[in-house]
Write a protein that binds this ligand. Structure first.
Ligand code: AMP
Length: 206
């Protein structure tokens, strides 16, 4: 099955994507992760997008679309995929429909007033890439999984979060109507705890 995960920054897309991949084995493709990996390795792509991403803006559409098109052409995607963070606007959604239209779009709905707190408490591991919240692990700098170093993502700083939320409202939210019209949208209550959200997803995916 071809699935798109939709939702504002900090709604738990990454966490639920890991849960879905574990249970259903669709390859998890996160454009944000791909960009971050390239930034970490200082590749030409990483150098090109670092400043844009640090400011909370979107990377150029053509570049992002090509990246996803190329990734979806790989053998592991032939039976489906789980796209996380793509498409981010109508242009990208229409492009995706042109080369690999999704079957289902899971729209993780959360109270936008709680997002800032959710994101500022997020810590990511520079070694294993794991993502954690200080409400669960405390304010530690050590990764509970691999003992690597935990940091706050550059684009998780308060000013950048506000920019990212504005970009979401302007550019990504219109996708909700776009996929509703195609009868592919399924709403998921993202204000439940991690297990609760996942149970809602399982109810939809079967
Ligand atoms: P994420 O981890 O999905 O929140 O993505 C982090 C950042 O990567 C975003 O704020 C954008 O700057 C960039 N990014 C991720 N996915 C896309 C996309 N589909 N189109 C453009 N920029 C993206």
């Amino acid at each position: 099955m071809k699935i798109v995960l939709l939702g504002p920054p900090g709604c738990g897309k990454g966490t639920q994507a890991s849960n879905i991949t574990y249970k259903y084995s669709f390859p998890h493709i996160s454009t944000g992760d791909i960009f971050r990996e390239n930034i970490k390795n200082k590749t030409p792509l990483g150098i090109k997008v670092k400043e844009i991403i640090d400011k909370g803006c979107l990377a150029p559409d053509e570049l992002t679309v090509e990246l996803v098109k190329d990734r979806l052409s790989k053998a592991d995607c032939k039976d489906g995929y789980l796209l996380d963070g793509f498409p981010r606007n109508l242009f990208q959604a229409k492009e995706l429909d042109g080369f690999s239209a999704p079957d289902l779009v899971l729209n993780i709905k959360v109270d936008l007033n709680k997002i800032e707190k959710r994101i500022t408490g997020r810590r990511v591991c520079t070694d294993c890439g794991g993502s954690f919240h200080i409400d669960f692990i405390g304010d530690t700098a050590t990764c509970p999984t691999c003992q690597g170093k935990l940091i706050t993502r550059e684009d998780d700083k308060v000013e950048t979060i506000r920019k990212r939320l504005a970009v979401y409202s302007e550019q990504t939210q219109p996708l909700i109507d776009y996929y509703k019209r195609q009868n592919k949208l399924r709403d998921i209550n993202g204000d439940l705890n991690i297990e609760g959200v996942f149970l809602e997803i399982v109810k939809v995916l079967g």
